[in-house]
Design a protein around this ligand. Structure first.
Ligand code: KDG
Ligand code: MG
Length: 403
């Protein structure tokens, strides 16, 4: 199965997605997600200028060798652009190998370890009544686990909080990033009361998650984790800037609230201290931003030795192709934890035809050979690239802060 062509498709049906489309001499088409939110064209160029020409003539079955060839062979390793590009190649090759075998991809990864993947949905509200309404809406849609984000008095524009009834979409179509605000003291005062009210209204069973989005110092995160213990969080996500692995030692030594981290990581090396010292409970990486299925499976195998489970990133900026890759891997690995699921805008289905399903709170990748996703090129051309940026975050005095 020889690779004949590799093209990069940039399309914006609802939001921008970058997809690698590999065609073999037998006419099979494999897809890989290369979407890096707000920096999409950097990965598109990395792939079309530097990687696609190297793929022509290679054996599509050589998934591991191709991964090493692009990773070690480039000399310049790691980083989100490089690893998202390698991920797209890796996932497209797995898609091809599984299609050639006539099997859904999860069967090549060891087969199903469970009936379906517990998914969590997002609920955000500017105040408690809005938040409660948003949670009820998610429950009615079938979600059995909920990420809770709340407005904070005094902060006008805040991560995770949308206008009522609208889907959360962090990237905004504008020439420059919009600016949001942050105040750690106001947040730390307000959040425990929010979780208390939600736990009281929705009872002890519902798994509740919360994302701090990298904003606290280690001692602030330790305080927050401890103050949320009575509300039994499923996890507290990205409580400190993720690149400082050692910071989690301090947090961990003060709280038993489970910790999740890693949506911005791109390599197993980002996790070595965290996994080796058992400083976290969930791995947030998706195949899309971590070098693909080949690389994430290694991370999850290492994590499994320490009873650390998966919690793959599944925002709208992971494309339907990337989502399918996460679902096949999540169905197969033993140490699956939970899967984030933010359904894409309806218009995305004009371009990407998917076979994954969501029912009774569980996702399943479906039974079509390969990933089970098709890309309609003609439809993709009807949604040309539109620039969008993630927000920038500032403290009350104007200092730029982690977003
Ligand atoms: O591209 C950035 C978003 O995917 C991210 O901000 C969403 O934090 C996020 C999450 O947990 O889904
Ligand atoms: Mg997050």
């Amino acid at each position: 199965m020889i690779i004949e062509s590799a093209e990069v498709v940039v399309t914006s049906p609802g939001r921008t997605f970058v997809t690698l489309r590999i065609t073999t001499d037998e006419g099979l088409i494999g897809l890989g997600d290369a979407t890096l939110n707000g920096r999409e064209l950097a990965v598109a160029s990395y792939l079309s200028d530097h990687v696609a020409p190297l793929l022509i003539g290679r054996d599509a079955h050589a998934v591991e060798d191709t991964w090493q060839y692009l990773h070690r062979g480039a000399y310049w390793r790691r980083g989100p652009v490089t690893m998202t590009a390698i991920a797209a190649v890796d996932v497209a090759l797995w898609d091809l190998v599984a299609q050639r075998a006539g099997l859904p991809l999860y069967q090549l990864l060891g087969g199903a370890s469970r009936r379906g993947l517990l998914a969590y949905g997002h609920a955000g509200g500017r105040d408690l009544p809005e938040l409660s309404e948003a949670i009820h809406r998610r429950l009615a849609e079938g979600f059995r686990a909920i990420r809770v984000q709340s407005g904070v008095p005094g902060i006008a524009a805040l991560y995770g909080v949308t206008d009522p009834g609208t889907a959360y979409e962090p990237a905004r179509r504008a020439a420059r990033p919009v600016e949001e605000q942050w105040d750690s003291r106001a947040y730390l005062r307000h959040l425990p009361g929010v979780l208390e009210a939600v736990r009281h209204e929705f009872g002890p069973e519902l798994p509740l998650l919360h994302d701090v989005h990298h904003r606290l110092t280690p001692i602030e995160a330790a305080r927050l984790g401890r103050s949320l213990e009575p509300y039994d969080l499923f996890w507290l996500e990205d409580c400190t800037p993720a690149e400082n692995q050692e910071a989690l030692r301090l947090v961990r030594s003060h709280t038993v609230t489970p910790l999740a981290i890693g949506e911005v990581f791109n390599s197993v090396h980002d996790y070595r201290t965290l996994i080796g010292e058992q400083l976290v409970d969930f791995i947030r990486s998706s195949p899309t931003h971590t070098g693909g299925i080949t690389a994430l499976r290694r991370i999850l195998d290492l994590a499994g030795l320490h009873q650390i489970r998966s919690g793959m990133h599944g925002p709208t900026d992971v494309s339907p192709v990337g989502m399918a890759a996460a679902l096949h891997l999540g169905l197969a690995v033993h140490n699956f934890g939970i899967q984030e699921y933010m359904p894409h805008a309806a218009v995305t289905a004009d371009v990407f035809e998917t076979s994954f399903t969501f029912a009774a709170g569980l996702l399943h990748p479906g039974e079509l050979p390969g990933l089970g996703v098709r890309l309609d090129l003609a439809a993709a051309a009807r949604y040309p690239y539109q620039a969008a940026y993630l927000p920038v975050n500032r403290l009350p005095d104007g200092t730029v802060h982690d977003w």
